[in-house]
Design a protein around this ligand. Structure first.
Ligand code: ADP
Length: 453
């Protein structure tokens, strides 16, 4: 708006100057015509002649005409004030020397033109003419045009202000809403949702924001669930210990054998508590990001063979046969401790949830990108509805059976987490009373983290 105001002002000033210049030129022309007429008619020395001649002109271009003789005395003044007076001013002296000049009095809106009356034939200056003209009409019309222009600008300004206020309100409204919701969430109202209307991008922000709060809610829910599960799992062995200790306390004369038996049970419960805590600590370490991986080139054939060797005594107790089928040597860039832990859990489960004299098959293969490990058993199987849940923390299909075998319900969560950290995947297939198959895939090369992100 400011450049527009300045420009309009400049435009009208230029216009006014132009019209005043044009007016000055026309007055000069008039003065020259009068000067020539006076000379041609030989009226310069006859004041009555000048009087009659000037009255006969009837010009609308000027308001006052003053004619001076060569001695700078006023021989004619249309206002009849200065007739007979001497005008020995600088401009008159200059005019009598042959110079034409014009003056503009801006505050009075007057243009004043002075020009010599020169007899070209005799090459002498007989006097001078002063024409005074008002350009108030030009000034007035420019002023009124200017007022209209400024009025339009002012109306425009008000309109623009109102429109900007309205539109900026429209634009900022969703963000204000968003801010209010963010503050509510910060205050702990995590289930707060936002409903913002606006253009596509703004609605996208709203949808993304709601997705984010959904995710936060899920995380919060699973955290609560986890804390509840941990408390419950840790409390169970402690409760058993308390019951055993209490029953010993109320029987001070109990036989030594009973003490011995109860202490063995207490010891087993403490052992169980320790196992749960150790598993939890392992899970916590695996929850850190993948930068925590200690990657090295590992021969998976050797790794699996060593796990099977370590677990053989456990399998022998149940008379389970373990077969390892390897199609080629597979070298992968992995954190061998974490993958060893993951595979140990899977093979240990295959033993734990197997039948007497059953079998376990471990197959290892690879393509140009991934290593594939399949662990099959002839065990009790997992019910269809439980397959999706077995990787959840503390989930067990049969709590009593798992407890008898020393399970914490954390083994598969640890396995799952370790494989995910390697950008791999694990799948489970099972048929109740027939057996279970776990399929693991691991990239051979360590993916570049930047690409994953
Ligand atoms: P747990 O410590 O109880 O073994 P896991 O997380 O290792 O916990 O396994 C979760 C549950 O999945 C087990 O309690 C068991 O019910 C079931 N499961 C895991 N592996 C097998 C398997 N090979 N055969 C049958 N059931 C299995």
């Amino acid at each position: 708006m400011i450049p527009l105001i300045l420009l309009t002002n400049l435009l009208f000033n230029t216009l006014e100057n132009y019209y005043v210049k044009e007016k000055t030129k026309s007055i000069f022309r008039q003065a020259n015509i009068i000067s020539t007429d006076l000379l041609v008619r030989g009226l310069m020395n006859e004041s009555t002649g000048i009087n009659e001649y000037v009255k006969g002109i009837n010009s609308q271009d000027y308001e006052r005409i003053i004619i001076l003789d060569s001695r700078s005395t006023v021989t004619y003044d249309s206002n009849e004030i200065d007739t007979g007076k001497s005008y020995a001013t600088e401009e008159v002296i200059a005019a009598l020397k042959g110079q034409s000049k014009s003056y503009t009095k801006k505050n009075e809106n007057i243009v004043r033109v002075i020009t010599p009356i020169k007899d070209e034939k005799k090459d002498q200056i007989d006097g001078a003419i002063i024409l005074i003209s008002s350009y108030e009409d030009i000034d007035n019309s420019i002023k009124s045009q200017k007022s209209i222009a400024f009025l339009i600008i002012f109306i425009l300004l008000i309109l623009i202000l109102l429109l900007s206020y309205y539109f900026s309100g429209l634009i900022t409204k969703p963000f204000k809403k968003l801010l209010i919701t963010i503050n509510k969430i910060t205050d702990g109202n995590i289930d707060e949702k936002i409903d913002i209307k606006g253009n596509y991008e703004i609605e996208e922000i709203g949808t993304a924001f709601n997705h984010m709060t959904d995710k936060l809610q899920q995380i919060d829910e699973s955290r609560k669930q986890f804390v509840a599960n941990v408390s419950h799992e840790l409390k169970t062995p402690l409760s058993s210990v308390k019951v055993l200790a209490d029953s010993l306390l109320i029987q001070p004369d109990a036989p030594k054998e009973l003490y011995q038996e109860f202490f063995e049970d207490i010891n087993a419960e403490i052992q169980r508590e320790t196992t749960i805590i150790n598993d939890l600590l392992t899970l916590v370490t695996l929850d850190k990001n993948e930068n925590e991986l200690n990657i090295s080139e590992t021969n998976l054939n050797l790794l699996i063979e060593s796990i099977l060797k370590r677990l053989k005594p456990l399998a022998d107790i149940k008379g389970i046969e373990m077969i390892f089928e390897s199609y080629r040597e597979v070298i992968a860039e992995i954190d061998d401790t974490k993958i060893s832990l993951a595979l140990t859990n899977l093979i240990e489960n295959a033993i734990k949830y197997n039948k007497e004299n059953g079998w376990i098959k471990v197959k290892l293969n690879s393509n140009h990108k991934n290593a594939h490990i399949v662990i099959m058993d002839s065990g009790i199987g997992i019910p269809k509805e439980s397959i999706d849940k077995i990787f959840q923390r503390f989930y067990r299909v049969d709590k009593t059976r798992s407890r008898e075998t020393g399970g914490t319900g954390l083994g598969l969560s640890i396995t799952h987490q370790a494989i995910l950290m390697h950008q791999g995947y694990i799948r489970c297939n099972s048929k109740i009373n027939s057996g279970t198959t776990f399929e693991v895939s691991l990239p051979l090369k360590r993916p570049i983290l930047e690409n994953i992100k």
